[in-house]
Ligand binder design. Structure first.
Ligand SMILES: NC(=O)c1ccc[n+]([C@@H]2O[C@H](COP(=O)([O-])OP(=O)(O)OC[C@H]3O[C@@H](n4cnc5c(N)ncnc54)[C@H](OP(=O)(O)O)[C@@H]3O)[C@@H](O)[C@H]2O)c1
Length: 213
């Protein structure tokens, strides 16, 4: 069995920055997101540049079955994880009253449910690898309520709380559980989050993704 690092949300932003860093350190990678063409492109580039193995699995992580399908695919191919980066996520700006219910539900599914399920499914692999780790991407949004992004802020508070508890539970193992809490970062996040207008007024607050990772 070969050990791999799995990165969700690998097709852009912070996820892609993580891919480059982990590839540079010689880790084999599993890249997960919906846009397969982008993932295939990055996989070819990273394997050619760093001589690593890269497996692409295109999945919609808002679907409850996706984590199980990823787990079963990797089992079939004899691929085990030593590290898991739960990075995929999105937000949406607007009043709670006005944001469509399906957007809020998908946000909860991707940002929280998928993250918990991926962690549960792959935890044994990571413990057995003896030098493994889990990195969950939260946000500075985790530290306070966020009117007009109420559900997004709440999902990130969940990620931070869950990760801190898990880190304590696993403190007697070799597994390190970390939580990344970035502030405003230039990625595709703002465009998808209905935030372009707000970004124009606060552009000086934003840093580049590679500065965060
Ligand atoms: N940018 C910021 O200011 C900021 C600040 C704090 C925290 N964060 C957090 O950082 C993480 C990464 O975001 P980013 O800033 O890098 O944004 P981004 O550029 O929009 O990247 C988000 C990634 O998540 C994937 N994703 C979204 N929905 C998905 C779904 N249903 N199924 C599978 N993959 C999905 C996207 O891939 P596909 O579209 O190809 O599926 C993409 O690869 C998120 O958890 C975000 O909440 C961002």
């Amino acid at each position: 069995m070969k050990n791999y690092t799995l990165i969700t949300g690998a097709s852009s932003g912070l996820g892609y920055e993580f891919c480059k860093l982990f590839a540079k350190d010689g880790n084999n990678l599993v890249l997960v997101a919906r846009r397969k063409e982008l993932l295939d492109k990055y996989a070819s580039e990273l394997s050619a540049k760093y001589g690593i193995s890269v497996r692409v699995i295109a999945k919609d992580l808002s679907l409850e079955k996706s984590p199980d399908e990823i787990f079963n695919t990797l089992r079939t191919e004899n691929i085990k994880l030593s590290a898991l980066i739960n990075n995929a996520g999105f937000g949406y700006k607007g009043s709670f009253e006005e944001i469509r219910l399906d957007i809020d539900m998908d946000m909860i599914k991707v940002n929280m449910l998928c993250l918990v399920k991926m962690t549960k499914l792959f935890l044994n692999d990571i413990i057995e690898s003896n030098d493994g780790g889990i990195l969950n991407v939260a946000s500075t949004a985790a530290f306070q309520p966020g009117p007009f992004m109420a559900v997004y802020f709440a999902t990130k508070a969940f990620v931070l709380s869950f990760s801190e508890s898990l880190a304590e539970e696993l403190s007697k193992t070799d597994v390190i559980v970390s939580t990344l809490c970035p502030g405003p970062t230039k990625t595709e996040f703002q465009g998808r989050a209905n935030m372009n207008e707000a970004v124009e007024k606060t552009h000086f607050l934003f840093v580049n993704g590679y500065n965060i990772t």
